[in-house]
Design a protein around this ligand. Structure first.
Ligand code: SF4
Ligand code: SF4
Length: 146
């Protein structure tokens, strides 16, 4: 499975873009997270590797910016196991091992639309990093995208 981050501009947020892409292209996607208001929004979707290309193309044809969500990385040298990130993570993507080290699950993390742990860590031990399927997205990039 692959995760993609949709960025919707102000004029697209009121459109049923996700349903249209699903129905028109017969693809299966799961919405993992969504932050949307009247000025625009971000949605993280999970899609199968087989349907990734078709899904990305379909969203881009509708004017949606599609990238890969950033996940997090914990610098164990800075972490002092306070547990704040574990308690705050809404999807239980962070846990504490028996040796008190922090364990992170990239399968559960919804990435840069959340970032709660990044902002909460008192030791600044958590950073956003590119997700591992970023390579898959390069072939879809348009020149104007970062
Ligand atoms: S970014 Fe959000 S979902 Fe991911 S580990 Fe941090 S708190 Fe959990
Ligand atoms: S909030 Fe920071 S210091 Fe505390 S357990 Fe998490 S990574 Fe470690």
């Amino acid at each position: 499975m692959a995760r993609i981050l949709l960025r919707l501009s102000e004029h697209l947020v009121s459109e049923p873009i996700v349903s249209e892409v699903i129905l028109e292209n017969k693809v299966l996607v799961a919405i993992l997270a969504a932050h949307i208001n009247s000025k625009g929004g971000e949605i993280v979707l999970e899609v199968s590797d087989e349907e990734l290309d078709k899904t990305v193309s379909a969203f881009r044809q509708k004017g949606v910016t599609v990238t890969v969500p950033k996940l997090i990385e914990v610098d164990i040298n800075r972490c002092f196991s306070c547990g704040s990130c574990v308690a705050l993570c809404p999807v239980e993507a962070i846990s504490v091992a028996e040796d008190l080290s922090i364990q992170f699950s990239k399968e559960k993390c919804v990435g840069s639309v959340c970032n709660i742990c990044v902002d909460a860590c008192p030791a600044r031990a958590i950073n956003s990093v590119r997700y591992s399927n970023a390579e898959n997205m390069h072939s879809h990039k348009r020149p104007r995208e970062k």
